[in-house]
Structures are given as structure tokens and as C-alpha cells.
Design a binder for this molecule. Structure first.
Ligand code: 13P
Length: 259
């Protein structure tokens, strides 16, 4: 591999809207703004995904239907149906237009999701033909204690338990250091590069080098149009999972076109 990223793997830019915007009308406006900025046939060399709150997925998918922009969900139940009040299944998400689903975002891990639950979501998503984006990342105290690589690689191994090498073509991994999310404290390109390299090594240990080289690994945490170029130069960074800067059509356009 070369020192810098020549994008042998198809890059991914994913915008995680989190619990924004405030209502369906604003979500529609944002989706329409993104569609008009990015055109309907302009994006051919990367995967662009928007990840709205669940109630907006259906409308956002319809607005983006003729574009190359895909739509993801932020979370799903590991169950396929039945008596699970408040839960949403992968099949439901698929039926309203989702192609991807986040699993194990740190904001959900903080709320009590364990590695076992995250792994169940990853496997159920794959069973439902949804592409999981497995999120991993260490807290600041873990990094300061020198345990970041160990912790993140353990999250990767636990999240992928029972996933076959064949299924790995559908899996995206996102490294999001918790201390960098929503703080403006982006990881340095070198830190993002070295952790994504460790994640690829971990995938190689689990599945072999061919699968590891084919897997897309994203960085997330205060990514902006102004820093995406440097991050994308890292040989193991294949894209970005973006929160705040994905909530305005202009800055989302800047991310997609910024490298
Ligand atoms: P920010 O880009 O707002 O730091 O959020 C990152 C994130 O959590 C994306 O999933």
C-alpha cells in the first residue's frame, strides 16, 4: 500500500443527523437542499449516505429517490418483530427506504448498549440485507491510559462475532473517538490514521488480509469541510461519519466534494 490514500476502496461520506432537525418539514428541506447541491448524477465515485431520525426516513428516501444518495437508519432492534414496544426492526427500516444502519454509536453505548447488543444488531442487519456501519471508539480516559488500541480492537472483534468473511463485504466500520464527537476536537490525521490501521490489522487477524483490505473504515468526530482533506489522505481512512457538519446542505456538499 502507498503512504497516502489513493482511494482504492470506494470512499463513503455518511451524515448522521442524530436527533435533528426538529420536524418533518425541516428534514424535507435539508434533504432537498442536499439533493440540489449534489445533483442527481454527480456523485459517481463515492458512496454518500444520509442518516435521518427514523420518523423521517420514508420522506427523505422519497426525496432522494432519483439521486445517488443513500439513506440509513441510526439504530434498530436486534429482534425481527413481536412484542417489543418502541422498537423498530431492520425489515421495517428497509421497507421505508433504508439501506444502511448504524450499530454501536457511542451515544447509544453510553445509554447502555453493550458489545453483545451491538453484535446482535450487526448480525440481524445483515440477515435483513441492511448494511451495518459498526461504530467503535474510545473515551478520553482510555486513550490517556494508553488503552485505546486494545479497547477499539476489542469492540471490533466483539461487534463482528459470528459475521462471515462473505458478509464482511456489506460491513463498514467507523472509528469515532468519543472525545472527538461534537467537541470540535478532531483527532489529528496521524491519530485517525494510526487507529484505522490498527482496526484494519484486527480485521486481518479475524478474516485475513484480503477481507481487511476490502473493508471500508471511516473516521468520525468533528469532521468538517476544512479538515476532511487531511483525514482522507491517511491510507486507512476510507471516508467519514459526520454529525454537526452534515446538518447544512452547503457544508455536507463541502464534505462530499472536499477531497
Ligand atoms: P460530530 O461530527 O458532530 O462530531 O459527530 C460525529 C458523530 O458522532 C457522527 O456519528
Amino acid at each position: 500500500m502507498s503512504e497516502t490514500n489513493d482511494h482504492e476502496r470506494r470512499p463513503v461520506i455518511a451524515g448522521n443527523w442524530k436527533m435533528n432537525p426538529r420536524d418533518l418539514e425541516s428534514a424535507g428541506d435539508l434533504a432537498e437542499g442536499i439533493a440540489s447541491k449534489l445533483g442527481y448524477d454527480e456523485i459517481v465515485d463515492k458512496d454518500v449516505i444520509v442518516i435521518p431520525p427514523t420518523p423521517f426516513i420514508s420522506d427523505v428516501s422519497q426525496i432522494l429517490e432519483l439521486s445517488n444518495i443513500q439513506v440509513g437508519a441510526q439504530a434498530m432492534s436486534p429482534e425481527n418483530g413481536g412484542a417489543h414496544t418502541g422498537e423498530v426492526s431492520g425489515k421495517m427500516l428497509k421497507s421505508v427506504g433504508a439501506t444502511h444502519v448504524l450499530a454501536g454509536h457511542s451515544e447509544r453505548r453510553t445509554g447502555g448498549e453493550t458489545d453483545v447488543m451491538v453484535n446482535a444488531q450487526v448480525r440481524t442487519a445483515l440477515d435483513q440485507s441492511l448494511r451495518p456501519i459498526l461504530c467503535v471508539g474510545e473515551e478520553l480516559n482510555v486513550r490517556e491510559a494508553g488503552d485505546a488500541v486494545h479497547t477499539v480492537c476489542a469492540q471490533v472483534a466483539a461487534g463482528l462475532k459470528g459475521v462471515t468473511a462473505e458478509q464482511m463485504t456489506e460491513v463498514i466500520v467507523a472509528y469515532e473517538p468519543v472525545w472527538a464527537i461534537g467537541t470540535g476536537m478532531t483527532a489529528s490525521p496521524e491519530d485517525a490514521g494510526s487507529m484505522t490501521e490498527s482496526i484494519r490489522d484486527q480485521i486481518s487477524l479475524l478474516y485475513g488480509e484480503d477481507v481487511a483490505q476490502a473493508t471500508r473504515i471511516l473516521y468520525g468526530g468533528s469532521v468538517k469541510p476544512s479538515n476532511i482533506g487531511e483525514l482522507m489522505k491517511q491510507k486507512d481512512v476510507d471516508g467519514a461519519l459526520v454529525g454537526g457538519a452534515s446538518l447544512k446542505a452547503e457544508s455536507f456538499e463541502g464534505l462530499v466534494k472536499g477531497f
